[in-house]
Design a protein around this ligand. Structure first.
Ligand code: FAD
Length: 655
């Protein structure tokens, strides 16, 4: 076998966003030798893009807030499909995680009396998002990095080596997880990961009995997205190929407000903080159209007049919130309808107006990034004129199925946290609930991984054959193509994939479109076999994309297949042919698994396996909510979602 750079750790964290860094800190603090691998520069993960804030029921701005209210809001936002245990842990632990960040050095915006300030966001009953202007993610990541450096300095003091227990491998992409088929139990435990350095193209192998996936989302499979180049669904696909399963993949969040103009910046996010701080949506007639889109399940909870909505910003006790702040799925669908019915803005969006709502200085102070973003990218002064906005693919609720308490997938030793993990947000995530999710479940996954390693009797081993195969897969795109056959260009295939997902599996879906999408994806899967890249392994983005395409195709197939099966509309999944909620779907979860899985890379895959293994989706039952949590909701509200049989345990149920 060719010489490969090798490293050995106790815990390998793949991803250096909020979830990965928080997991790594926890594992290191438990004394384990921990590595962080990330495909971008350290400090450049997607988390830095988070703008609006981090949701935690601290009650600093409204003392009535509590974990119970946050839990209820999260479950309502997800239309009761969330893993209730994750939603419970998240609501209870988020405040502590935010406080902890301040002990690491974060500095959030303050209330006049010096407490951490909290802002309004869609679906949250009270002002709940701790923030740093509209650059919260940057501060969160900066602080976690600072904590990592502090731990490395402590290790240096003790051992003379900064990297004795915690090392970062930046610009290094993992292409495969390796499992040990000789491990005990039904599923082969994880044994390590294989990847390459982006700069040199050289291979690298990490042996580790515990791996935490924290690779973020999947947005780059869609044409219009707020997501950056990193979001190619790597963690989702790595987990599938290693034998783990995904849940809820039909639920993709289209954020209602992305930029729509000019074309070069289409999809870039306009933070919900604009609406949280007073901005309103209008159509081309100048009408605040959201008042016409409050769905039955939220009737009574939102203001019915503009006057009441405007009063609510200053007095939440006597007024109801503005429907501009309905959960994202509702607002995105409303914008889609306005545009379709001819009341859109010149470039196919609607207007978001903050200019007429507060003084220019105040806008620049509260929303500095938005001010600069529009000025520089669209030549629009948001203190003087409205923005044009429309839906953009933003977040994936679906992800790796994990145990809520430990973050472990069904593959022993394989953990997941953050956007690549599933369950927490049900069918629709509330804004601000991701940053808190990263902290709560990043910490839990790091802890889960550490406990797992400490309890191991035997360290799983990487097999040489699997390493050879993983190496061959990465190099397949360089192989000369048989004479006469033109190879496929990765950029062309990527553009086609993005069009398929955008046009056929986007915000509004039908059976016919989903079937067509699956046919197109099958074609693309076949064509990925023939991808050929030019040049060498050094600095070769075409090659990187060729490898990422495998992941994007697997994940896209999971999204389209799940979306075809779920014959109802709920949260981030809207079926034109099945427009209503269906209670019989509430207790069903769609589980995706890899058809060839569970035995490392092997199982006769051969070098042709470079390519995209098939996935299958099956329905399973969701675990019923614990009665004490069910009792936090009024029976009348639950009856909008649940079947009578499921509500038998509610204290007010008629027996
Ligand atoms: P990320 O921060 O994306 O990190 C993923 C890491 O994985 C990166 O380091 C990447 O390099 C690495 N990686 C990926 N694949 C590989 C691989 N194959 N090998 C090695 N490394 C790999 N949420 C909120 O709660 N509040 C907000 O205000 C908010 N604003 C947002 C604004 C924007 C513009 C966007 C796009 C999202 C926003 N979100 C917000 C969502 C939130 O930012 C993300 O969901 C969250 O940051 C994801 O964090 P993560 O740790 O899971 O992944």
């Amino acid at each position: 076998m060719t010489e490969i750079e090798r490293h050995d750790y106790d815990v390998l964290v793949i991803g250096a966003g909020g979830a990965g860094l928080r997991a790594a800190i926890e594992a290191r603090e438990r004394g384990l030798r921990t590595a962080i691998v990330c495909k971008s520069l350290f400090g450049k993960a997607h988390t830095v893009m988070a703008e609006g804030g981090c949701a935690a029921a601290m009650g600093n701005v409204n003392e009535h807030d509590s974990w119970q209210v946050h839990f209820r809001d999260t479950m309502r936002g997800g239309k009761f499909l969330n893993s209730w245990r994750m939603a419970e842990l998240h609501a209870k632990e988020a405040p502590e995680r935010v406080w902890e960040l301040e002990t690491y050095g974060a500095l959030f915006d303050r209330t006049p009396d010096g407490r951490i300030s909290q802002r309004h966001f869609g679906g949250h009953t009270y002002p709940r998002l701790a923030h740093v202007g509209d650059r919260t993610g940057l501060e969160l990541l900066r602080t976690l990095q600072q904590r990592i450096v502090a731990l490395q300095q402590a290790d240096h003091d003790e051992t003379g080596d900064f990297e004795a227990r915690l090392r970062v491998f930046a610009e290094c992409t993992v292409t495969e997880l390796l499992t040990d088929p000789d491990g005990d139990g039904h599923h082969a435990p994880v044994a390590g990961a294989f990847g390459y350095w982006r700069e040199s193209g050289r291979h690298v192998l990490f042996s580790a009995p515990a791996v935490v996936l924290a690779t973020g989302g999947i947005g780059k499979s869609f044409q219009v997205t707020s997501n950056s180049w990193e979001y190619t669904g790597d963690g989702h696909a790595l987990a599938l190929r290693a034998g783990a399963s995904l849940v809820d993949m039909e639920f993709v969040q289209f954020h209602p407000t992305g930029m729509v103009w000019p074309p070069s910046v289409k999809g870039i996010l306009v933070t919900e903080g604009v609406r949280g701080d007073g901005g309103v949506l209008r159509n081309s007639d100048g009408e605040r159209f959201m008042f016409g889109y409050v769905p039955d399940v939220f009737k009574g909870q939102y203001a019915q007049t503009e006057d009441e909505a405007d009063r609510w910003y200053d007095d939440q006790e006597s007024n109801r919130r503005t429907p501009d702040l309905l959960p994202r799925d509702e607002v995105a669908r409303a914008i889609n309808t306005e545009v379709k019915e001819g009341r859109g803005s010149p470039h196919g969006g609607v207007y978001l107006d903050i200019a007429s709502r507060m003084p220019a200085d105040e806008i620049r102070r509260r929303l500095p990034s938005m001010y600069h973003q529009f000025k520089e990218l669209a030549d629009v002064d948001i203190t003087a004129e409205p923005m044009e906005v429309g839906p953009t693919c933003h977040y994936v609720m679906g992800g790796i199925a994990v145990d809520p308490d430990t973050g472990q997938s069904r593959v022993p030793g394989l953990f997941a946290a953050g956007e690549c993990a599933g369950g927490m947000h049900g069918s629709n995530r509330l804004g601000g609930n991701s940053l808190s999710d990263l902290l709560v479940f990043g910490r839990r996954a790091g802890l889960g991984a550490a406990d797992y390693v400490v309890g191991l009797e035997r360290r799983p081993a990487v097999r040489d054959d699997d390493v050879e195969l993983a190496a061959a897969m990465t190099l397949a795109p360089f192989e000369a193509h048989p004479a006469g056959l033109a190879g496929e260009n990765p950029y062309t295939l990527h553009a086609e994939l993005q069009r398929v997902m955008n046009d056929l599996v986007g915000i509004i879906r039908t059976e016919q479109e989903m079937v067509a999408a699956l046919d197109r994806l099958a074609e693309l899967r076949a064509r990925v076999h023939d991808v050929v890249v030019e040049g060498h392994r050094q600095y070769n983005p075409g090659w990187h994309l060729a490898l990422d395409l495998r992941n994007m195709l697997m994940v896209s197939e999971a999204v389209a297949s799940s979306a075809l099966l779920r014959t109802e509309s709920r949260g981030g999944h809207t079926r034109e042919d099945y427009p209503g909620l269906d209670a019989t779907w509430r207790h069903r979860v769609l589980v995706t698994h890899c058809v060839r899985s569970g035995s490392g890379l092997g199982a006769g895959a051969g070098a042709g396996a470079a390519v995209v293994p098939r996935t299958a989706v099956e329905p399973a039952e969701r675990e019923p909510m614990r009665p004490d949590l069910l009792a936090l909701f009024d029976l009348t509200e639950l009856e909008k979602y649940y079947t009578p049989a499921e509500l038998a345990g509610h204290p007010d149920a008629r027996h």
